[in-house]
Design a protein around this ligand. Sequence first.
Ligand SMILES: [Zn+2]
Ligand SMILES: [Zn+2]
Length: 382
Amino acid sequence: MKKPAIAWLNVSIFSTTGLIALLGVPYYAYFVGFDLFTLVASFFALGFCGLSITAGYHRLWAHKTYQAHPILEFILAIGGAFALQNSILHWSSDHRVHHKHVDDNDKDPYSAKMGFWHSHIGWMLRDYQTSHGTDYNNARDLQRNKIVMWQHNNYLALALGTNIGIPLVLGLIHGEMLAMFLTVGVLRLVLNHHSTFFINSLAHVWGEQPYTDKNTARDNGILAFLTYGEGYHNFHHIFEGDYRNGIKWWHYDPTKWLIKACSYVKLTSNLKVSPESRIEKARADMLLKTSKERLLKLKKMANYQEQLDKLQQEYENLMTQLNDYYDTKRRLLEIKKKDIQDRVAQIDLHRELSKQCDQLKQRWRVQKKQWLAFNQNLQLVS
Ligand SMILES: [Zn+2]
Ligand SMILES: [Zn+2]
């Protein structure tokens, strides 16, 4: 089959920036050196781009796992243009296709089954999606979002403005124009690109599959460290509506921490989490499957059938206990909620009655005064 035409713009961007990062940056570091200001500025620029993609493009717009205040949306939209990964609309539309048709070589734009290179960067080096770019019919919701559409319609200006403007301004402030161009301009861009690309490539190859093996996605703590928490990709592919990727508190997921922290100052709201019972069940189902497969290899073992039955029985028991626990917990929460509502209603009733009481007492006193005065007048007349 004839391969699609080469996408020269992408090829030149990736190769030029890649070469500068690989050769120019170490050369400058060795012969001139970067000072602390330059390194700190690069660190923050990298974080700005990285989190705009993970918290913005990915978890906010592609998956709608929470809602964001327009101020935050605006900041994330700018950071996304700075990351030079196409517009929110285009990126999210591609990503929704990836989830819907994961590993389908004909439909998944960066199918891992096409190999590491293709899923990492190859899919962007040739014009694989000629029809794409005008439709976006899987992102109608985003087409109604003013900030998303503003960023989409002004993407080129925003991308150039941030990628040239930010290193330029920092260079003018600091007086090290070339150093800023190499680090905040290029190295930051290349690191951000490849850490994002790792999610499509490495996170579909390297790591564990504790939740599902129906697709190639993997959980990988090391990758999570390099990608602001996106490395828990096996969990993400099964619970894509969850604002977290690393669900345990010790999981390294700065994107989750940022979204949660912003909720305390009302910049984010409606943070969605998957029901704990479904997460636990997915884990148990997966473990049952792998244990059965392991047992199957020991088929010649004398008590093979007995072990298999025992495994199944333990699983059934676990499911019963799990359902009992979560049903009871749900009922308890419902009662607690009702209790609080009742208490609020009681407080309201108490407040209303005491207000009425005060008013009636006042009226009664006035009437009593009038009554006594009238009687006194009567006595005087008689
Ligand atoms: Zn996703
Ligand atoms: Zn994926």
